[in-house]
Design a protein. Structure first.
Ligand SMILES: C[S@@+](CC[C@H](N)C(=O)[O-])C[C@H]1O[C@@H](n2cnc3c(N)ncnc32)[C@H](O)[C@@H]1O
Length: 135
């Protein structure tokens, strides 16, 4: 191979390496952005009376993302999901094992209906009722 041929070959290799670096950097940038978009950031709630209560705004956003009519939270704890439902005018069903947390949830849902809205002008569903599951 003559000098021109070697030069063109090394130029071609340098371009391939450059393009591979650009592609790798782009991939890392896209993956980094996707990870950031997967993280929801909200202020932590306090004084609710449940050790793992979630922010109402988080549950509101999740309820909106999943769409549909009725939301079921089979582990409702202090009732954050149902508070979000009340504020969105969505029907919510909650199940909670611990009677103390159940009472906290009922009180929070009642208050959510009493304070018409910080999300919608008028909740379109009736207040919560406790149903006997026959257990
Ligand atoms: C992670 S906490 C839910 C917290 C809730 N998202 C909030 O904001 O308060 C899970 C709840 O599930 C309840 N739990 C656990 N096992 C249950 C069961 N088999 N049926 C109903 N509730 C249950 C626990 O008592 C606890 O309050």
């Amino acid at each position: 191979m003559n000098l021109d041929g070697e030069f063109l070959e090394s130029l071609s290799e340098a371009r391939k390496e450059r393009d591979a670096n650009i592609a790798a950097n782009l991939q890392r940038t896209i993956e980094g952005a996707a990870k950031k978009l997967d993280v929801f950031r909200y202020p932590s709630p306090s004084g609710i009376g449940h050790p793992t209560s979630k922010p109402v705004a988080l549950m509101r956003d999740l309820c909106e993302i999943i769409g549909g009519q009725t939301i079921l939270d089979p582990f409702m704890g202090s009732g954050t999901t149902l508070v979000a439902c009340a504020k969105l005018g969505r029907k919510g069903i909650g199940i909670e094992l611990d009677p103390d947390y159940f009472d906290i949830a009922c009180e929070r849902v009642r208050k959510a209906y009493d304070q018409p809205d910080f999300f919608v002008s008028s909740p379109g569903v009736p207040p919560a009722v406790q149903e006997d599951m026959g257990l």
